[in-house]
Design a protein around this ligand. Structure first.
Ligand code: Q9C
Ligand code: ZN
Length: 343
């Protein structure tokens, strides 16, 4: 399969994050994408190509204008206060506070456009986000043009970013932009299958009231896991989207047996929906060695996941999301793709 990659991800580097009450180096780091790229080449998965440049018209269909306008300006506003290092929000307009008056300074704006402190900015962040968006759209354009499958090696990831907010290492929702693009290319129904360990709250929110894009999530139960405040089984969609959202939360410690049973349920729901294309939010933080996650999948389990997805017989765009066990991320992520190809 064709692989889309941009070296511009590497400017999003040196960030720190809040973890268990301490500021630590961010788990979402450049080496992740480089190890996946090296593994793609090592196994000969296919040609690695640079993205084309896309305008933000499709992104504007899934994100608010105020939010998209803020992202490129955030770090310059931070620097204008005389600061360097990592720009991170610390105050958020939770219900009970006002959302109708966007703040005028950087600390207010960072929180206004975020749901957690986990999507942080450095000098190269916007350029990396913009390139990641182009990587996803280039992959989507290959699918729209008739390719059976493509791999968008996106970094930073996207599935926690909602219409008007960043969070969880995510800024532009690459998978949502790709799905919307496929709709715009005349594919009447598109499904998003999110296999990242964490619930894809942003993707779900963006399409929740729409009947043309189905969103199916397999993830750690939000009762005990980030993002905590979305991803329960009783969320089924709203209005025209009633029934087009499916959540399959799983307990800590889930191994491949229970995981494959849930995946089969997810795949049957997708087959029922009858999409013309599939976008897979591919996170491999389901791995037993992941430093921030608690599932128990092992490296030999990943090709079977790819093979099961291939069984749908759909044009399929894989969009890279999470996975923080850096030494294993290449084998695990590319294992899914190899399994897909071999099926
Ligand atoms: N500080 C993705 O996998 N933080 N995002 C967890 C560690 C948030 C994960 C606690 C994890 C976000 C794309
Ligand atoms: Zn994740």
């Amino acid at each position: 399969m064709r692989i889309i990659y941009s070296p511009r991800h590497a400017g999003h580097a040196g960030n720190v994050e809040l973890n268990s009450g301490e500021i630590v180096p961010a788990f979402e780091l450049p080496r992740r994408a480089e190890i996946i790229r090296a593994r793609v080449i090592e196994v000969g998965l296919g040609p690695v190509e640079p993205p084309e440049t896309f305008d933000l018209a499709t992104a504007h269909r899934v994100h608010d204008a105020g939010y998209l306008g803020f992202l490129p300006r955030a770090y310059a506003m931070w620097q204008a206060e005389g600061r360097s290092g990592t720009a991170m929000p610390f105050v958020f307009p939770t219900p009970g506070l006002r959302r109708d008056r966007p703040p005028a300074d950087i600390d207010g704006l960072l929180g206004f456009y975020a749901f957690d402190a986990g999507a942080t900015f450095v000098a190269g962040t916007w350029d990396a986000v913009r390139a990641s968006h182009d990587v996803a759209l280039t992959g989507a354009s290959l699918i729209a043009g008739g390719e059976r499958a493509a791999f968008a090696l996106c970094r930073p990831p996207g599935h926690h970013a909602g219409g008007g907010f960043a969070g969880g290492y995510c800024f532009i929702n690459n998978a949502a932009v790709a799905a919307e693009y496929l709709r715009g290319r005349g594919i009447a129904r598109v499904s998003v299958l999110d296999v990242d360990y964490h619930h894809g709250n942003g993707t779900q929110e963006i399409f929740y009231a729409r009947g043309d894009v189905q969103v199916v999530n397999l993830h750690a139960d939000p009762l005990r896991e980030y993002p905590y405040f979305l991803g329960h089984a009783d969320e089924r969609g709203a209005g025209a989207g009633e029934g087009a959202t499916l959540n399959l939360p799983l307990p800590w410690g889930t191994g491949i047996g229970a995981y494959r049973a849930a995946l089969d349920t997810a795949l049957a729901a997708i087959a029922d929906f009858g999409p013309g294309a599939l976008v897979v939010s591919l996170g491999v933080d389901t791995y037993k060695g992941d430093p921030i996650s608690r599932f128990a999948l092992d490296t030999p389990d990943y090709p079977g996941i790819g093979a099961a997805i291939a069984g749908l017989g759909l044009p399929t765009l894989f969009v890279m999301e999470g996975g923080y066990a850096v030494e294993a991320i290449g084998e695990n992520a590319v294992g899914v793709l190899e399994g897909f190809e071999a099926a």
